[in-house]
Design a binder for this molecule. Structure first.
Ligand code: FES
Length: 191
């Protein structure tokens, strides 16, 4: 009797804390909490690896000031590590682009579709030939603009017109127009 009672008393003392929570329960709760923290520690790096880094975010857009670009002039910028052409078209270049029947085009697109509404004189394209990726000529002063007055890729002879559309040569598509937004009358954010 005395032994049984003593054993029972010892077990009770070892399993209860002052606030009445059984010690074994506390150990279980502590283990679960540790597992929970461990789980978070594992998940967090995965989430942080999936989120773009600050470097990538900074590189993902390019701001261009078009105020200083005279009609007929282009500037070269860099967008996501690739050349970007920003050109202010002359009235004649706009008229030229608009006079081409869409049926003549390998990839039919109007100038309006390739520019921003209200800013049809600003043509923004990647400076990357859609054939094999050379940088076409025509953006810098004095460079060969090809047979259609836009850009010319000398690598294999692709000619682009004043709207950057492929007109002759092996390139399959028009020069790519990236996403961009005018954030003021003279500032464009590409990307
Ligand atoms: S890369 Fe431009 S024509 Fe081939």
């Amino acid at each position: 009797m005395a032994d049984n009672s003593g054993t029972a008393t010892a077990d009770t003392a070892s399993e209860h804390t002052e606030d009445g929570v059984r010690r074994r329960d506390f150990i279980n709760i502590a283990a679960v909490s540790a597992a929970g923290v461990g789980g978070l520690a594992v998940v967090y790096p995965l989430v942080s690896q999936m989120a773009p880094s600050a470097d990538v975010l900074a590189e993902s857009t390019t701001e261009v000031d078009v105020a200083g670009i005279e009609p007929g002039q282009s500037i070269k910028a860099i967008f996501r590590k690739q050349p970007l052409f920003v050109k202010r078209l002359t009235a004649a270049e706009i008229a030229d682009a608009n006079s081409v029947p869409l049926s003549d085009l390998r990839e039919p697109q109007t100038l309006a579709e390739r520019t921003s509404e209200g800013n049809e004189d600003i043509l923004i394209t990647m400076g990357v030939c859609t054939h094999l990726g050379c940088v076409p000529l025509g953006a810098a002063e004095g460079e060969n603009k090809g047979e259609y007055g836009g850009y010319f890729c000398p690598c294999h002879g692709s000619h682009y017109d004043t709207a950057g559309r492929i007109r002759k040569g092996p390139a399959p598509t028009n020069l790519e127009v990236p996403e961009y937004t005018f954030t003021s009358e003279t500032t464009v954010v590409v990307g």
